[in-house]
Design a protein around this ligand. Sequence first.
Ligand SMILES: [Zn+2]
Ligand SMILES: [Zn+2]
Length: 706
Amino acid sequence: MASTQSRIGQQALAVLDVALRVPCIFIIDAIFNSYYDPGAGWAGAAGRVLVRVTGVLVSSVVLLLSQKALFKFYTLFFAVLLGTAAVLVNTYVTTQADFYGAYYKAALGFRLLPRNGPTLWLGVAAVQLLFAVGYVFLLDLRSLFAALVVLDVMIPLWGIAAELPADARQLVAAFSALVLGLNTAACLVARLRWFYYSCRYVFLLVRHMYRIYGLQLLLEDTWKRIRFPDVLRVFWLTRVTAQALILVYVVRAVRRESGDATGGAADGGADAQGFLLSWDVLWDVASNLIISGCDSTLTVLGMSAVISSVAHYLGLSILAFIGSTEEEDKRLGFVAPVLFFILALQTGLSSLDPEERLVRLSRNMCLLLTAILHFIHGMTDPVLMSLSASHVSSVRRHVPVLLVSAALFLLPVALSYALWHHYALNTWLFAVTAFCVELCLKVLVSLTVYGLFMVDGFSNVLWEKLDDYVYYVRSTGNIIEFLFGVIMFGNGAYTMMFESGSKIRACMMCLHAYFNIYLQAKNGWKTFINRRTAVKKINSLPEVRGDQLGRIEDVCAICYQEFATSARITPCHHYFHALCLRKWLYIQDTCPMCHQRVYVEDEGRNRDAFSNNNRGYAPPPRDAQAPVREHHRRGSADGEPPIDEAVGGAPAVGGAPAAGGAGEQDNELLEDNDSIEYDEDEWGTQNGGTPVEEDYINDDTDATDD
Ligand SMILES: [Zn+2]
Ligand SMILES: [Zn+2]
């Protein structure tokens, strides 16, 4: 109970914290958006600039205050405000209000105060009492002092009640104001010390953090501490709401007026129309709101913050829908706003004319939408793969992912169709279309791979070619992606040369060239090389086929399935499917069972150790035979089939061709030596250093010693 209470308290504090920071943004925004008049002389201009700069500075400082300091600042601020209000009311009442005439105007259409004499006096007294108590409370004044302050505020009213002459009343009011002002000033001065120390503390803290963690972490920390995204969101939403209210009010007022002008024939109809806005008007209002919602960098930031929360919840719901638990994929709430903001900067959104700005914004939104779809594809693809590869048979898990994939295919098609229907070709349309086509192709690649795995899952036989097919499909997809990267780069370069060449665009082009072209090509090449090396490594291992295969009464240690057509033997005499071992070799170079190097490619003794396995069928050299025998004996002791007899018994059937093939492979491998990165020393140290099992280490030292 207590914990929930404290949590609610913390949340309330957080809300208050955000709410108190929002006005600062409003002030900064107002200063930047207000019309700046450079006329009226040098001094006037300087003064205005000074006021603006001070306003921005003060607001920024308040915006960055810590929570405690922020609350303290607002306490003082409201205390001063209440004191001022009390003084103003006193002055007004003593000079203007007619307590005897019993007529009082309604303020803002409401009758705030009673109309006549004594009741009016009581009303004012109550208001003043409220102000005074609030002032005392906020400044945390002590009992006697507090009473004196309240008394001071009330004195002018007593003067009225005592029916003093007008001059004396004003004198009393001025005196009361003076006392209150002095008191306020004294209170502020008393807090100067606190102000100084807290400023110093903040300064030291910031300097310390800067020195230890650097600027980036400092900014990040500040960003989180003042809940900047929340502040921006609240700012933008409040601003738009206020503008919407004003616009609707104005539209209604115009309606009513024009309705009056045409004559009150259909009074009821006009009223109803004034109440409900037609679609056209609503559309106008909405587009006006959107246009003014991105008229400065601050408002664009606010818009990004709103987009961030929308994207965040969209991402979370899609993740929940497709049943993924990837933490990484929760970044959509970060990626989308950053993209939006960069696009806005790149296209100079806030400095465009209103009409143009709307067009530009909708174009940016299209680009953003396709980018988000790409991101969502990045979220669904791993889920699709894991579902198909792990042979999850529950339909309920497959359907949502497939639905999302279908949507990812159909949405870009629909989007590009609609856009081509309405617009002529330009660089923007080209970019959007390219994004859409790329997305469609990516979805197709994912679905094809998924289909292949599913087919494999339903058939009981091991599909040796599956891995190759998957690789071909995937690499086709990667090549297409790379080509699109190049095309987009060309498009960007064209835009930069002939349409708008901003610095931000140039930066973005560099980033694009690095991430989407260079890294893409590099990773693709790396995968290709890895794969080629793995294939070579496998091919260099001896193969067991036919009769011998039947004698191996064992299963593949990777997939636990029996050997149907062939098995590969590692130098350490473990059996695997070629396919299984190849997949393993993508990740590691060592035998999955005993962690010895599966593959060495070098001349001299290493080749000796290697060829022992091939020549295990024939009499090997004496010195090298010892460790191999050891191996084999160990093998049989471990419950593995005794390969000596297995291969030695029928050397002519499968052994000879396998050995011959391996020999050829060996030669071929020796030729393109450069692609293999192991040298003798590494081989020696690796084997000696890997703490596997004593016997193996002994074996290896034997083998390398000769
Ligand atoms: Zn296997
Ligand atoms: Zn092994």
